[in-house]
Design a protein around this ligand. Structure first.
Ligand SMILES: [Zn+2]
Length: 92
């Protein structure tokens, strides 16, 4: 059986994607925000994603998950799958 070494309170990329609009709206509680930012420091992929969302919101004014086309969502899902596949899985 495969065991993933991850602290229980660490966010995974998928969670970051789900939280990103709340984060940008300042809607995250402080503790969530800290976990979010800690993930970002360790994850250039999510940092890039956040930047992209920031630009999207600046352009569109606001963002809801519905603003992402199904194609775009599909694209991100694939992206995250590939990140996980060769992601930082090495034990430390
Ligand atoms: Zn990430």
């Amino acid at each position: 059986m495969m065991v993933l070494l991850r602290r229980r309170d660490d966010l995974v990329c998928q969670q970051v994607v789900e939280l990103v609009s709340d984060y940008l709206e300042g809607a995250l509680p402080r503790s969530e925000r800290k976990r979010f930012e800690r993930h970002l420091r360790a994850c250039p992929n999510c940092t890039a994603y956040l930047e992209q969302m920031r630009v999207t919101i600046a352009t569109a004014g606001r963002l809801t998950p519905d603003d992402l086309s199904p194609e775009a969502r599909e694209e991100f899902t694939d992206l995250f799958r590939s990140w996980r596949a060769d992601g930082p899985g090495a034990p430390d």
